[in-house]
Design a binder for this molecule. Structure first.
Ligand code: SF4
Length: 150
């Protein structure tokens, strides 16, 4: 699995300062995708060592790591999520899948966004959006999408 860039962001995960990693090789191919460059299998390898290095760079500054994508390689996303937890940060995943995959343990995540981008309905900041944003509380998905509408 590879990533092409990262950002420190404040709005993608409410209440968190987030290291957001832009994962490539996206298999979802939403019409109107804001980042079609993420469809290509390009960028740097994101493995355990690289993730620990990135978290170390911003230790004490970020409270959360968010994987933007990664839908093509669920096993790697799961294992990197566990690495981030070991490093003491919260974990978030923006998946473009229609539903949270049954093979993925929910309890390892603190936040998940589920749903492809639909250009007629808009992203999370649109009240019409099909996408849902959840906080995970004791293994339960609590829909907090409305936090993006304030
Ligand atoms: S999931 Fe995200 S990156 Fe992938 S095609 Fe849809 S909008 Fe683009």
């Amino acid at each position: 699995m590879k990533y092409c860039s990262f950002d420190i962001v404040f709005q993608e995960v409410p209440g968190e300062i987030t290291l957001a990693l832009n994962i490539t090789n996206c298999p979802i191919h939403c019409k109107g995708c804001h980042s079609p460059h993420l469809w290509e299998d390009a960028g740097e390898v994101l493995d355990e060592e690289e993730l620990r290095r990135l978290i170390d760079l911003y230790r004490g500054e970020v409270t959360c790591v968010c994987f933007m994508g990664g839908d093509a390689d669920l096993k790697t996303i799961e294992s990197l999520c566990r690495v981030a937890r070991e490093e003491g940060v919260k974990t978030a995943w923006y998946t473009g899948r229609q539903a949270f995959p049954q093979s993925m343990p929910i309890e390892i995540w603190d936040y998940v966004k589920v749903g492809p981008y639909d250009e007629d309905l808009g992203g999370l900041r649109s009240r019409k959006t099909n996408q849902r944003f959840y906080r995970i509380e004791q293994g339960k998905m609590v829909d907090i999408t409305e936090r993006f509408w304030r």
